[in-house]
Ligand binder design. Sequence first.
Ligand code: TRP
Length: 465
Amino acid sequence: MKTNKNGKPEKRETFSTSLAVFFATLGSAVGLGNIWKFPYMTGMNGGGAFILVYLFFVLLIGIPIMLSEFYLGRKTRSNVVGVFDKLKASRFWKLIGYFGLLSAMLIMFFYSTVAGWVYSYVFKALRGDFRSLSSMGLAEAKAAAEKAFETTAGGTYEPMVWQFVAVFVVAAILLGGVKKGIERVTKTLMPLLLTLIVICAVRALTLSGAGEGVAFLMKADFSKLSAASVLAAMGLAFFKLSLGMGTMVTYGSYFNKENNLIGTSFQVAISDTLVSLLAGLAVFPVVFTFNLAPEGGPGLLFATIPLVFSLLPLGNLLLVLFFLLTAIAATTAMISMVEVPVVIFMEELKVPRKKAVLLITGLMFVIGVLTTHPQSLFGGVTIAGKSLFDLFDYLSSNILMPLGGLLITLFVAYFVKKNELIREMTNNGHLKTAGLVTLLQFVLKFVTPLLLIIVFLNALGILKL
Ligand code: TRP
């Protein structure tokens, strides 16, 4: 056992309250996915109809896996590799931990690149770079906004510097540890994010195109709901809640023992969905007010948003607020990602936190910079027609995470005794949720794995519905 300076056993840190647990976990779930993925996917796949399907999968995939991860973490108070030693499971299950380690690294290579772009946009909006767009004709302004993004992402040194800033901020937070780092930062920044997103949504909803924007996002149109959109909703429920790579195992290992795991999972899933909807409400009314076509992905975030926001009165201020909230979302998600390998290094290899954080973030920065910028050393390399940026995304989101999620589900469903699961989930009988746990175990045994296999085969392109 590890000891501190006085030779006493070192206590593993935990979050201090259930509110801290909530904000940290929500901070992981809320990320770039809420802003550039969810709203657009919803709009394109039948609005309200898609939201219903999404919520259905949150119930059958998202919450069950999240609870499995919380269970493993809080029960063992261990990192995602060590969990399986503590539970005396065979070595095979440690694969879950190694997959998580690998996913965290791969995601960080490109997520920190995008976070760097977001940080640079906060800076550029503050400097007033986008002000000139409002005095141009629409076509000209559109071209200028796209050009601004090309310079940000395609430059030689600029993206590297901003990626460094993003990784540096993550390192600085994680050096503070669980309470003074993760807890303190998420407890301050998540309420700020929620306030900013409400301000942006309220402003957008008072515009002339608000009706059309809201209809795009919310109006239930079942005719647009194809088999492909159902599959997309399943994948999204999984990705949105940061599942399958041990993030929730790691955070779960810091939950206080009074925390109601089931309650937390529902609160986080619902709040995360609300944040996504608010993001859509902040963006689409503006897009429709200026008669532009809604876009998805980086185009929406880095070209359309600066363009349309700059056309509003006080638009530049709004733009600063919007990119600031996006930067917060990306940062609180990244800290939960990087914490996974950090604790594995701390506990499995006995590396002190400071060394582990510097080593891992250093590696993330160096490999990230060398591989994910078009101008960098390996930036031009393609494998199977994919750039390294896309390859890392594909491997982590489509292979490692669904596989990790499946293994976690099967482990908790078939290797954890029902009484044991009930004991942990009800906090030793203090909560009257034993019935829900029985239901959970049923879903974990028979429903979630089946759905996950479908997601997985679809992601690999094997299944074509
Ligand atoms: N939930 C994050 C988002 O919406 C993305 C994500 C997926 C993630 N897996 C993760 C974040 C693991 C942190 C850790 O953007």
